[in-house]
Design a binder for this molecule. Structure first.
Ligand code: CA
Ligand code: CA
Length: 145
């Protein structure tokens, strides 16, 4: 299982990064990690997106960071509310930065840095509201394969 690749501290660190990023934005961030991805990474990420019910936020501003460690596949998938307002290529810099970390095997740092940056960049489109609700759990989700 992909979870074995991470220590409890590393998982907490990623979850903290999600919590902190969500202090900047009403956008909801989820992370899913598994080892294998044998299909098209965007198809797989879309499937995980639905499984985790990321589409169930009020503003449709959830985002999924999908990572398959062994097959070296990675995708960032934002919901329709995000896609409707952010410029084309919004995720490109974040993705490239994260991939640089992943290439060195630094999954935890790559995820945490990308998550932080996403919070900062989503802030102008989806600012944090004082009555914010944590609509989706900040927990890292791990695949069975
Ligand atoms: Ca929220
Ligand atoms: Ca959340």
């Amino acid at each position: 299982m992909a979870k074995e690749l991470f220590t409890e501290e590393q998982i907490k660190y990623i979850e903290q990064a999600i919590g902190e990023a969500e202090q900047n934005t009403s956008g909801e961030i989820r992370v899913h990690i598994e080892k294998r991805c044998k299909e098209d990474v965007l198809d797989r990420a879309s499937h995980v997106f639905s499984l985790l019910e990321i589409q169930k936020t009020e503003l449709r501003n959830g985002v999924l960071f999908y990572l398959a460690t062994e097959d070296k596949q990675f995708a960032i998938l934002g919901d329709v509310g995000i896609n409707a307002v952010v410029p084309k290529g919004f995720w490109d810099d974040i993705r490239d930065m994260m991939v640089d970390y992943f290439k060195k095997g630094q999954f935890t740092d790559g995820l945490a840095e990308g998550i932080k940056k996403s919070g900062e960049q989503l802030k102008s489109h989806f600012p944090y509201q004082t009555d914010d609700v944590d609509e989706l759990p900040n927990e890292v989700s791990f695949g069975k394969k």
